[in-house]
Design a protein. Structure first.
Length: 286
């Protein structure tokens, strides 16, 4: 493709990003007496001061027809600007794009602008106009919503309840349900310890093998594949992917690996279930 074709494609993507969900949805938004995300930011910020981040980012979901519904920006506009000459960070949900529904890309963009605002010591202004989580991606969407709650720092009670009280309550009831049916003579055996040790060994071996395989992919791709992603290919979902993302951010603040690591993490979980089913079919009681 010639450079002029690339520039033409870039201009078209920028125009699509500015239009959001399209002219028809913008008209519907105006008919409800509401402004679009960009109109709100233009009213809030000093003229000509807005600098956008992630304007062309799109989701990578293919389920439920989302493969044909990719809009640059993915329903949230993020960036920097000035209010009365003072620099601020901003984000605004775009209701014209899938009802402003929350997605993994939105989480990444909002968390990134939040981190940059904290590092720069400037205020963060959020303009919310969203229909909630994107139902087409419930698992990843809820995971990213949890990340956003934690990063925002303004819903500490909900974040604390989700990570402590609610998690502890679920763990307690699961423990009671499982423990009530577990007899000491059936559990306190040498074979139980062997199973636990085998699990630890399997996790360690899987992590090492994943890293080595990812290093091979990195070499084959000419350095375009981050070997850290290989460490996420285990069934510890979603903690393995979050750990990989955190380690990557410690090395390079712009190195967001969560979505890529989540793909490897999900594949590892599915592969574990398939492998377990095969073992039960071959070695289980007949």
């Amino acid at each position: 493709m010639r450079p002029v074709d690339k520039l033409t494609e870039l201009r078209e993507l920028r125009e699509r990003a500015v239009l959001g969900g399209g002219r028809k949805r913008i008209e519907d938004q105006h008919a409800r007496g509401k402004m679009t995300a960009r109109e709100r930011l233009a009213l809030l910020l000093d003229e000509g001061s807005f600098q956008e981040l992630g304007a062309l980012a799109t989701h990578n979901s293919i389920e439920f027809g989302l493969a044909d519904r990719r809009t640059p920006g993915d329903g949230v506009v993020c960036g920097f600007g000035k209010i009365g000459g003072r620099r601020v960070a901003v984000f605004a949900h775009d209701f014209t794009v899938l009802g402003g529904s929350f997605s993994a890309v939105q989480s990444q963009k909002i968390c990134r602008i939040t981190d940059l605002a904290m590092e720069s010591g400037i205020p963060l202004v959020g303009l919310n106009d969203s229909g909630g989580a994107r139902i087409q991606i419930p698992l990843v969407g809820m995971l990213m919503l949890g990340n956003l709650m934690r990063e925002s720092g303004v819903v500490e009670r909900l974040t604390g309840a989700s990570s402590r009280e609610i998690a502890n309550t679920v763990t307690l009831f699961l423990g009671l349900a499982v423990g009530s049916t577990m007899r000491a003579d059936a559990f306190l055996r040498a074979s139980t310890l062997q199973i636990l040790l085998l699990g630890v060994f399997a996790f360690a071996l899987d992590t090492v093998a994943g890293l080595l395989f990812a290093k091979g992919l990195n070499a084959a791709s000419g350095g375009r594949f981050n070997p850290l992603i290989g460490a996420a290919g285990i069934s510890a979902f979603p903690m393995a992917a979050r750990v990989v993302n955190r380690v990557g951010l410690e090395e390079d603040f712009d190195n967001f690996l969560l979505m890529h690591a989540m793909g490897a993490n999900t594949a590892g979980q599915i592969a574990s279930v398939v492998a377990g089913g095969v073992l039960l079919a071959l070695l289980g009681p007949r």
